[in-house]
Structure formats: C-alpha cells, structure tokens
Write a protein that binds this ligand. Structure first.
Ligand SMILES: *[C@@H]1O[C@H](CO)[C@@H](O)[C@H](O)[C@H]1NC(C)=O
Length: 436
C-alpha cells in the first residue's frame, strides 16, 4: 500500500539561538490529510512557509503497512473497532466510553462459523474481513489472538457464543468452534444457572477482574448471544516517581473533578501536534511491545468528533511512524475504568440490520435464530509501575524547552499492540468518574 508522505525539514526559531533545533514532520494520511508537527510548546513560533516545500511534496514513499496475514488481520479488527467506537460515541456524545473491540471481533467470528455463505459474507464485511482475501482467516485470527494475549502484554480477553438449547443445535458447530478457538459455545437452558455460569466463566477468563458480567438473568427464548469481555493492566516501560496526588481534571461544562495523577519529569514518549485535529498526541511505551496513545485536545471539550472520525488502522500506523521521540513532563490519571454495554443496536447501524433480521445460522440450527444481545464488559487500570527509571533532565536533539503533557482534561486513548498494530482497547474519557 502506498501512502503519499511528505517529509520536510523546518526550523523552529529560538529567540536565543539561530540554529535549527528540531525537525518537524509533515505527513499525509490517506483518509484525511493530516499534518503532524512536533510541538515545542506555545513559545515556539512556526513559519508555515518553511513547512511546505512543493518539490519535496511530490515525493512518494512506500510505507510498510500491514504486509503479513497477521498484521492485515490486525488492521481489519482495528478498523472494525474504530467503526464500533464511532457508533458508540455517536450514540451519546456526552458520554465516556470504553471498548475492547477485538473481543467482539472474536465473538462474531465464532458466530460466523455457523452462518450460511451469504450470511458469513455480510458479517465479514462489517468485521472488515472482506479486504483480507485470506483463505486461512480463522487460523490467522487465532494466531493474532494468541499473540496479543501473551503473558507480559497485560491483556486478558474472552469471547464466546451462547446458544439456547431449545433451538436444537447442531453439535458439529460446537466442535468446530472449540477446535479452532479453544472455547466451546455455551448451551443455555434458560434460568438463573446460565447467569451464574457465564459470569463465572468470564471472571475466570479475565483473572477475576471482570466481575458481574451479566447483571440480569437471561430470559427464556434468548436465541443467540455472542459476548466479549476484557481486562487490561499494562506495565509502563518507564515508571512514574510520583503517584496518587489528587489533581484537577477539568470537565467540559462542569466543575473540575479531583482525580489521582501519576507524574514524571523527563519521561521518554513519542509526541506530535496535529493542527487539523487540534490536539497533541503522545505515545507512551508499555512492556510487552504495547503502547498507549493519548489524543489530548488543546481545549477542554466534550466534542472529540474530529479525532473520532480520523481513526483508522492506517492513520494510527502513520502516526506511530511520525511521532517524534522526546522527553516530557508527563502526568497521566491513575485510572480504574469499567464499562458495560449491549452493542447489538450499534451492529445494526453498522450494516447488519438485514443480517440480524434473518440471521441464517444454518450450521448452528435449522430453526430461525435471533441474536438478542452482544454483551460487552471491560475493565482497565493504569498504575505508576514500570521497569525503568526516567533519565536525567538532559534532553536530546538540542531540545531545550521543557515539554509538558498533562492529561488533565477530556481525552481519547488507544491501547495498541505494536508488532501487529492491533487495537486492544479504545476509550473516550470525558470525566474519569463516568467510568468508575
Ligand atoms: C463538534 O466539532 C465539529 C468539528 O469542529 C463540528 O462540526 C460539530 O458541529 C461539533 N459538534 C457539536 C455537538 O458541537
């Protein structure tokens, strides 16, 4: 895949010195032309004339994006995730949200194994698999899931299909899913036991972190219930020396709320400023080749629509290549976030309404089978621990101004597996207390 990319050197004018101090990067992403600048704080004045060199602008460069089956699969699950996130964010623009979409990809893929060819095609389109041309699709997904769940990455996720027994189920489907994904679809008998068993299974799969997955007993005639759950607690590469101090988190249209923060000077991150999105973006490395990417708008705002709309696997991959390694005064909220929702209404908005009206799950049952909910519950935590200490205040690249990145107002974040590019978690936090 070719992404046209412009790299231009420019100068940041330092009132004290006259020599160039930093390189600014300009990049064009396919979906949306986006300019990334390394932002050295408000003190720096930029000359836009210096940033657009028409000759270099013609240069095109091949970017290695998603070249293996696993990374292509990761891109597909991520794009499904960004679409799901957009739908969820649009459902209530005033609400904080949190998702681990890959668990939903996994659950719906298990379901697709029971579908007719036509129904499978419809599901694949929404899951973004139609772009893959992968004859080993299930093996590829299984490999990706096993890679991102490796110990040391901090992710526990679970996906399963539950089916009502009275539908007269075909045992072949159960065996096939179990063989492929190591999890046997659950037969529901309709009663209090179902709730207890599902909740216990989810709890066990997530290291006891996702508790009370279902809160209301499953009705009879429940039909088909794909479910996904996840817990994430990663470890930073670089630890935070200060943690727990309560600081203001400014909320749009309300009083500031006090939340515990972790802070560290001279913290190594990758940083960029995107003037089109009006936000600064920081990628903070975690152990196990994971990173957390924060999109922090310049203003205190609930309106993240520009950021939400820009998110694609390719855009984020581009970002990851273009952000600039720097050391910053970093402050992040100490988070414990929980979120639970039924994603079924979103799936119909994403192009599955016809499919949901007539699911055509011929390999599961000869009867009409209705998907009744797609339950999703996720929990994630951040803590100050990390294996390394931050360096001293000496900074590289002639950077002399202290950069500040304090996540103390509404933000969007991603948790991403770097080797594959897979999106593990995505959230919009308007007020951390919304997700308590
Ligand atoms: C949010 O921001 C976008 C882009 O700036 C704007 O078009 C839209 O009207 C805003 N939405 C609301 C609800 O203010």
């Amino acid at each position: 895949m070719v992404v046209s990319k412009i790299k231009t050197q420019a100068e940041i004018v330092d009132p004290e010195k006259t020599k160039p101090r930093a390189q600014l990067l300009l990049g064009g992403a396919r979906m949306k032309k986006t300019t990334l600048l390394l932002c050295l704080g408000a003190l720096v004045s930029l000359s836009h004339a210096q940033l657009s060199d028409p000759e270099e602008g013609e240069a095109e460069e091949h970017v290695d994006l998603f070249t293996t089956p696993t990374t292509k699969m990761a891109a597909a699950t991520s794009d499904f995730g960004y679409n799901l996130f957009r739908q969820l964010a649009a459902r209530d623009p005033q609400a904080s949200v949190l998702l681990s979409p890959i668990s939903i990809s996994a659950a719906l893929t298990q379901l697709s194994m029971g579908a007719s060819t036509e129904a499978e095609k419809q599901l694949y389109r929404v899951l973004r698999y139609h772009t893959l041309h992968d004859s080993q699709l299930h093996d590829t997904l299984r490999d990706l899931l096993s890679a991102i769940r490796a110990p040391g990455k901090g992710l526990n996720s679970a996906a399963r299909v539950c089916l009502e027994k009275r539908m007269r189920l075909k045992v072949g489907y159960f065996n096939e899913v179990e063989k492929q994904y190591g999890v046997r679809p659950k037969m529901l008998t309709g009663g209090a036991r179902d709730l207890k068993e599902i909740n216990e299974w989810v709890k066990q799969q997530t290291g006891s972190k996702v508790d009370r997955f279902l809160t209301t007993p499953i009705r009879r005639n429940i039909g088909v219930v794909p479910l996904g759950a996840a817990y994430f607690k990663g470890q930073w590469v670089t630890r935070f020396s200060q943690s727990g101090k309560r600081e203001n988190f400014q909320v749009d249209g309300g009083a500031a709320t006090q939340i515990p923060m972790m802070q560290q000077d001279s913290y190594p991150v990758k940083l960029g400023f995107d003037p089109d999105l009006g936000c600064t973006i920081a990628q903070v490395p975690m152990q196990g080749d994971i990173s957390m990417i924060f999109f922090l708008p310049d203003d205190v705002t609930k309106n993240m629509s520009l950021i939400e709309e820009s998110l694609t696997a390719e855009f984020v991959q581009d970002l990851s290549n273009q952000l600039h390694p720097v050391q910053v005064d970093l402050a992040l909220p100490v988070l414990k976030l929980t979120y639970s929702t039924d994603l079924l209404p979103l799936l119909s908005d994403m192009g599955l309404s016809e499919w949901l009206a007539q699911t055509d799950l011929v390999k599961i049952t000869a009867q009409a089978a209705k998907v009744n909910s797609v339950h999703h519950k996720v929990v994630m935590e951040t803590a100050p621990e990390g294996s390394r200490y931050a360096g001293s205040a000496t900074v590289s690249d002639g950077q002399t101004l202290p950069l500040i990145f304090h996540v103390n107002r509404p933000f969007v974040f991603l948790v991403r597996d770097e080797p594959s590019g897979a999106l593990l978690f995505i959230g919009k936090v308007l007020n951390p207390r919304d997700l308590a």
